[in-house]
Design a binder for this molecule. Structure first.
Ligand SMILES: C[S@@+](CC[C@H](N)C(=O)[O-])C[C@H]1O[C@@H](n2cnc3c(N)ncnc32)[C@H](O)[C@@H]1O
Length: 416
């Protein structure tokens, strides 16, 4: 998932890109794109492929078609069959969220009956498409003309143009003008601020575009709204009455969301998607911190959505588990857990962190390959894993952490 501020060196360059995108949306453009895709799929190298494409479709279409076809190839793993109908620039593909999560957001936002939504910063239109597919009329605005051209072309390509209006607009001004729970005549809003500039993450929400003040104002003025924020957002920033949700897919955090008061149903929510199965853990109030205790037979690594949402204590209660250290998010209990909230490891050995002793232990147990995990330790997992490589054919997971404040190694899941 990306969130870059699309930076165009000049208005001329943006105007050029818009012209090229419009040319690609014609029937000649479609032929050029299809041919570029064929050449790329056949493994043509860029110089030979582009030379051939220029000869076949002309210089004006060849370069842009080649560029878009490359983005489409990259987009296939995320966008599936739609990828070959959509237009993305490198910037907007990097910014695009996952379509299945955009669909989930759209369904929840519209569940209360809202039928018109303002997408405030549409980029290539991932949210706009999801909202239109969920049955809403969508006003898609962006300050960037390239983003608007992409969204217009993409909704047309997916036969959604009748339900989408793409217009220039500044989210800051639209939010400032919002009245009576509506924004720009719409009953609901989606805001996904740009959170990168010059290839770097903008850690301070006040520097996002639009900035934090607009996020807060939107949530207050348009209660049927959802804002995508950085997963590292400080809990203290979440306004009262707003639900904060962290979503992970396959064990990695992919997005964090703030739900306006009309759609909020809880205080915090952790959502995990594992092998396509969606599980949700909610708390109406801060569950506090889990108790700490000695390492027992199983170690449980909470999913990052559980950790970021501050719900580790709920999981500890469910698993009858305790923390290995008051400051570290590893849980321990007597039993394995069949739970969407944790990954469990059987603990075979617990020893103070000492490289020589650890190597000797692994040698004795016939372990020659390890996966290293760490929390609360400065070690480099890849480096330690290399250092621990040995002649044995056995495998193990080595967890380097703190237990009751002391640097400790847990050797888990030893298979000799
Ligand atoms: C992170 S992207 C949105 C990505 C989109 N939701 C998706 O999943 O494809 C942010 C977009 O907001 C636009 N933007 C930034 N500041 C804006 C503002 N003040 N008003 C309107 N659009 C803005 C950027 O041009 C960019 O296209």
């Amino acid at each position: 998932m990306g969130d870059a501020v699309p930076v165009h060196p000049s208005e001329d360059q943006a105007a050029d890109t818009v012209r090229q995108l419009r040319a690609l949306a014609t029937s000649e453009g479609a032929v050029a794109l299809a041919r570029a895709a064929e050449l790329l799929d056949a493994g043509s190298d860029p110089v030979a492929g582009l030379t051939r494409l220029r000869a076949e479709v002309g210089t004006d279409l060849a370069g842009p078609a080649w560029g878009i076809a490359r983005q489409r190839r990259k987009a296939r793993s995320t966008f599936g069959a739609d990828a070959d109908r959509l237009l993305f620039t490198a910037d907007t593909l990097e910014q695009a969220g996952r379509p299945e999560l955009a669909a989930r957001r759209a369904a929840r936002l519209l569940a209360g009956g809202a039928d018109s939504v303002a997408d405030l910063g549409c980029a290539a239109g991932t949210d706009t498409i999801a909202l239109a597919r969920a049955g809403a009329r969508v006003l898609a605005v962006d300050v960037d003309p390239v983003a608007r051209a992409l969204t217009a072309a993409n909704v047309a390509a997916l036969d959604l143009a009748d339900d989408v209006w793409v217009l220039p607009g500044d989210a800051v001004e639209l939010v400032a003008a919002a009245r009576g729970g509506e924004i720009a005549g719409c009953a609901a809003a989606v805001l996904d601020p740009a959170r990168r500039a010059d290839g770097r993450r903008l850690l301070d929400p006040d520097t996002w575009s639009p900035p934090w003040a607009t996020v807060v104002a939107l949530l207050e003025k348009v209660p049927t709204s959802v804002v995508k924020v950085a997963p590292g957002l400080d809990h203290d920033r979440v306004p009262a009455g707003v639900e904060a949700e962290w979503v992970s897919v396959g064990g990695s955090i992919v997005e964090a969301l703030l739900w306006g008061p009309a759609v909020a149903t809880t205080w915090r929510r952790a959502t995990t998607v594992r092998d396509g199965v969606v599980s949700e853990l909610t708390a109406d109030a801060d569950p506090g911190r889990a108790a700490a205790g000695p390492v027992r037979g199983w170690l449980h690594e909470p999913d990052p959505a559980v950790i970021r949402s501050g719900l580790v204590a709920l999981v500890a209660e469910e698993l009858e588990a305790t923390l290995v250290d008051p400051t570290i998010a590893y849980l321990t209990s007597d039993q394995a857990a069949d739970s969407p909230w944790v990954t469990s490891y059987r603990v075979d050995e617990v020893l103070p962190f000492n490289l020589k002793k650890l190597k000797a232990l692994l040698r004795t147990r016939g372990v020659g390959r390890v996966v290293v995990k760490k929390r609360g330790s400065p070690i480099e997992p890849e480096t330690l894993s290399r250092q621990l490589r040995g002649a044995g054919s056995g495998t193990a997971t080595v967890v380097v952490t703190r237990v009751a404040g002391a640097p400790t190694v847990l050797v888990c899941d030893v298979v000799a």
